[in-house]
Ligand binder design. Sequence first.
Ligand code: ITT
Length: 203
Amino acid sequence: GKVVIATHNAGKLVEMRELLAPFGVEAVSAGELNLPEPEETGTMFSENAAIKALAAAEASGLPAFADDSGLCVDALDGAPGLFSARWAGPSKDFSGAMARIASELDKRGATSRRAHFVSALVIAWPDGHTELFEGRVFGDLVEPRGQAGFGYDPMFRPDGFERTFGEISSEEKHGVDWQSGNALSHRARAFVTLASACLRRPG
Ligand code: ITT
């Protein structure tokens, strides 16, 4: 079968393609199909993921995957959260967005640096049916380090690691051990639950 990966974010697209690869599913991106980008009007990650997946499934006539994700900082009451992409502005300035998080933490005199990434992954079919899967990864915010990944990766150090997502290879960040179902990133963890429900296991 053929599926659409309903994202216009290049970093996410790479990860979602690699997550789908073992299943032998042919994946085309929303960009390659010139699908319009729907407005993300939801108030939860799950709503925005459904908006994007349904729009792509209806426009293409194919099953579509969408991820809505973000970084939630405890001491900022969960910000930037749903607004993680928007904090970087139209120029996608994530250095600026990371600096803003650091300055908001300073302003509040926050002692906690706890944060987590959330991924809401929705698969939608052209008939309007949807399924939702979620993944999370917890860690600490640090001075940004490393060039790997995208978005807020350089400032996020997952629990159990000395390195940030900016210093961890993409294989380690979103690779999946399909024997055990173990995965590190929020997106890979959401994908493992989706795969066990919707896809035939590889190998
Ligand atoms: P699409 O809606 O087209 O998929 P987007 O970038 O607008 O692309 P979101 O609305 O879900 O996607 O925004 C999520 C933002 O959260 C994203 O732009 C990143 O900055 C951040 N983010 C999500 N997952 C991340 C990850 O694995 N590493 C670093 N930052 C991440």
